[in-house]
Design a protein around this ligand. Structure first.
Ligand SMILES: Cc1cc2nc3c(=O)[nH]c(=O)nc-3n(C[C@H](O)[C@H](O)[C@H](O)COP(=O)(O)OP(=O)(O)OC[C@H]3O[C@@H](n4cnc5c(N)ncnc54)[C@H](O)[C@@H]3O)c2cc1C
Length: 284
């Protein structure tokens, strides 16, 4: 990156005004950890958005509203009923990068190694963008293409709404890498809820082994209403892969990426079912 100037606004309105006025010449800067990876050498004015009051996690009834500049370290440290993102943060690179990288900066530009889109897809999160008007996008729509394309000059992602996991729900998350600091080869997140012994809802998302993170709709449909069993999960996964374009990263073949993801999809769904079953058992 080639920063020629740096602005430090202290309100959302001020930040938006600067970004709107400068258009393509300006760029929001949150944790600034992405900049080592960006090849853009055109002169840019960095607009620091870390002092806009967007760094809190609020309990908003049925969901948690995560301010866009909340750091991954804060997601890691947060603990509350129905909150599972600390498990994702646990597997996120190293503590120095957790201290700097923000949730907003981690989703506005998606890279093959991006961890956060996958659990946020599985959890049915929503994304609040503040422009001339505030708008809310579902995770599916937000990640249907590179999210920064949804933003006009002056728009800022202000928060991410993450539904609380209900008491009868379970979450499974796997990030496949060779060392703890390594980029993922395949990331899978699953979220299920169980009612009277059957799967009332099943959501599963995959990333790293595919060009953009996606929900696995056919797998989800095959599981809804079923009794959770290892055989049922495996069949649903194997029958639900049609149309997926596999992309092996960091020296693994596309076929191996597919194989790894299939194994981890089964594992994530099984872990989510086990957790939901244990929770519903405890409630009885
Ligand atoms: C060595 C290294 C390894 C890493 N490994 C991983 C990994 O394995 N998995 C992983 O998920 N991440 C990893 N990361 C982090 C990831 O690559 C990004 O750097 C990070 O998530 C970006 O967050 P940030 O807050 O620093 O964003 P920034 O770098 O500040 O910004 C990123 C982009 O988003 C825009 N932006 C930021 N916030 C907003 C907002 N609120 N509204 C609008 N636009 C905004 C910026 O303009 C910029 O284009 C790694 C980083 C490093 C340095």
């Amino acid at each position: 990156m080639n920063y020629v100037d740096f602005k430090i606004p202290t309100s959302l309105a001020e930040a938006r005004a600067i970004l709107t006025e400068l258009g393509d010449q300006a760029m929001p800067v949150a944790g600034s950890t992405l900049h080592v990876f960006l090849r853009d050498e055109s002169p840019k004015v960095g607009v620091d958005i870390s002092r806009l009051g967007l760094g809190e996690i609020a309990d908003a009834g049925d969901h948690y509203a995560i301010g866009a500049t909340t750091t991954v370290a804060d997601l890691h440290a947060f603990s509350a009923p129905g909150w599972v993102l600390n498990r994702v943060a646990e597997a996120f690179v190293t503590q120095p990068i957790r201290n700097m990288a923000t949730v907003g900066g981690s989703v506005v530009r998606v890279f093959p190694w991006s961890d956060w889109p996958i659990p946020l897809l599985a959890l049915d999160a929503e994304f609040v963008i503040t422009g001339d008007q505030e708008r809310v996008m579902s995770a599916k729509d937000f990640f249907a293409r590179q999210p920064f394309h949804h933003l006009q000059p002056g728009d800022i992602l202000t928060s991410v709404r993450v539904p609380k996991m209900p008491a009868n729900a379970g979450f499974g998350y796997f990030k496949e890498r060779r060392t703890t600091t390594d980029f993922s080869r395949c990331t899978v997140a699953a979220c299920v809820s169980i009612e009277e012994g059957t799967l009332a809802d099943a959501r599963i998302a995959i990333g790293a082994a595919v060009p953009m993170p996606i929900r696995m709709g056919a797998v989800e449909e095959a599981l809804k209403g079923a009794k959770p069993s290892a055989a049922k999960i495996e069949t649903a996964v194997l029958n639900g892969l049609e149309g997926v374009r596999w992309k092996g990263l960091h020296g693994i073949s596309d076929d191996y990426a597919r194989h790894l993801t299939v194994v981890r999809m089964v594992d994530a769904l099984q872990a989510a079912c086990d957790e939901a079953t244990a929770q519903t058992g405890e409630q009885k």
